[in-house]
Ligand binder design. Structure first.
Ligand code: ADP
Ligand code: MG
Ligand code: MG
Length: 465
């Protein structure tokens, strides 16, 4: 169970050897498309094939105890099922987010779409979930704790596989010297499993002429991870329509599946056009990944509500499943609990304060937690419903090599393991419910936030011990 002594002491590596590894890694990235748009090159977010640089990577896989890896894989289908059940309980979603709605305009707009669907009695028969549940290993309690469940626009299902293959390749060439076995890096087919789930959703929709539409952000340096068709939400408003029978037509083509790699942050809705497009898609009979209900089921507020005593039991019948999920829950609280507020003001370093946002860079840490809580106490009740409080997790710090823009740095780092999950269902028939690969993200331990695209973390894989 315990991780043993570090299997490789990066302190002992000589520079020349590391340089050689870095060189090989960068060649591999370039040859296999583990690349992103280079921000110094203006067109790199719009024109594929120009201004590319390797993705930020960890030079070697990071150790991860096998028992926790198995635990994370085992709960993936249970979390998939939970999201589906929560998505069907409209009252739970609306009630849980009712106070948040008043304090947070973005959540409020999403809830408006959800309400409209309820009013028109819109049902989603075919439901496609492509999720990523993120975990950190808490060093103090020696437990695998969930950071969050992402139900919209989970990034790097493409690169998850690639970075795993990069590490396996490096270990096959240099493993003897390193004392590492490439077989200890678990196989990762994140990209093909997600693609397969989308293809099967397309099959269920059952019109061979219909297309899969990928909704992306307009200037996307992470386009190579998406590697798909693209269009923007604003285009959907101008080019798209919904026919009487619910068929979604965009650019003259019938759309069977809408896969969002956008739409998760207020920045994706700069005008009413984007909101109209989101509503239009929701009203259509296309399979949405995610539907508005799946999207809302992945909010941090719902995560916190689900962690309350007795709530999981409302959604899951199987006691073992409930126990497995609960085991991964960290402490989560709403801000209307005076006891916990008092504690967090006294010891803010033990908490993270989270708004209802996605994409990294939004959370509040340390002394800012105290300041914000004191400010909210002055401002009164309403505003605090925009946030939740979470127990801060402290993972083990290890020495790693982070490679960015062709340069490596040796640093103290911590890691977050994301497990992808795919779920596809048509009415009562569950077609796919599986763990679908993984992504490790590693960041310098002095940084509070994660997020590869946000510039805090690098892509990584795991070495089982
Ligand atoms: P987002 O939806 O923006 O990714 P997260 O909840 O994943 O929001 O938080 C972003 C990052 O903040 C995580 O990747 C992680 O590095 C850090 N983080 C979040 N929650 C905690 C926590 N409870 N303890 C320690 N770090 C956390
Ligand atoms: Mg998230
Ligand atoms: Mg996250």
């Amino acid at each position: 169970m315990e991780s043993h002594k570090p299997m490789f002491q990066v302190e002992n590596f000589d520079d020349e050897f590391v340089q050689k590894l870095v060189y090989d890694a960068l060649v591999w990235c370039s040859l296999h498309g583990l690349v992103v748009g280079d921000k110094t090159y203006q067109k790199s977010g719009t024109v594929p094939g120009v201004g590319m640089t390797h993705a930020p990577i960890s030079l070697l896989p990071t150790q991860f105890p096998e028992s926790y890896w198995k635990q994370a894989c085992e709960v993936a289908p249970i979390f998939n099922e939970l999201v589906d059940r929560v998505s069907l309980d409209a009252k739970f979603i609306q009630d849980s987010l009712s106070r948040t709605k008043k304090a947070d305009i973005f959540t409020s707009r999403l809830l408006d779409i959800h309400s409209k669907m309820l009013e028109s009695n819109k049902k989603e028969d075919i439901r496609l979930g492509l999720h990523r549940s993120d975990y950190m290993l808490d060093e103090e309690t020696k437990s695998l704790l969930q950071i969050e469940m992402n139900t919209i626009s989970c990034s790097f299902p493409g690169f998850g596989r690639l970075v795993t293959e990069l590490h396996q390749s490096l270990l096959r060439s240099h493993g003897d010297h390193l004392g590492l076995d490439s077989e200890r890096v678990p196989k990762n087919t994140s990209n093909s499993q997600f693609a397969d789930a989308m293809a099967k959703a397309w099959l269920e929709y059952n019109n061979p002429r219909a297309v899969v539409m990928i909704v992306v952000q307009p200037d996307e340096r992470n386009m190579y991870d998406q590697h798909w068709l693209s269009s923007s939400l604003a285009e959907v408003e101008t080019e798209g329509s919904v026919e009487e029978d619910g068929t979604l037509i965009v650019d003259g083509q019938e759309v069977s599946v809408v896969y969002y790699r956008s739409g998760y942050t207020p920045r994706d809705y700069p005008s009413e056009s984007e909101w109209n497009a989101r509503l239009l898609i929701e009203q259509s009979s296309a399979v949405k990944c995610p539907s508005i209900a799946y999207h809302l089921a992945g909010t941090k507020k719902i995560q916190q509500e689900l962690a309350k005593p007795g709530v999981l039991e409302r959604f899951m019948d199987n006691k073992d499943d409930v126990a497995k999920l609960r085991k991964c829950f960290a402490g989560l609280w709403s801000l209307d609990d005076p006891e916990i507020i008092k504690k967090a003001i006294e010891k803010p370093e033990l908490f993270v304060m989270k708004p209802q946002r996605e994409g990294g860079g939004n959370n509040i840490y340390g002394d800012d937690v105290r300041e914000n809580l004191l400010r909210l106490q002055k401002e009164g009740e309403e505003e605090n419903a925009a946030y939740i409080l979470m127990q801060r997790i402290f993972p083990k710090v290890s020495n790693v090599f982070l490679v960015r823009e062709g340069v490596y740095h040796r640093d103290q780092a911590i890691s977050e393991l994301g497990i992808y999950g795919a779920y596809l269902r048509n009415k009562e028939r569950v077609i796919i419910n599986e763990q679908s690969g993984y992504l490790m993200r590693t960041k310098v331990s002095s940084s509070d936030e994660g997020g590869v695209a946000a510039g805090f973390a690098v892509l990584d894989s795991i070495y089982l011990n």
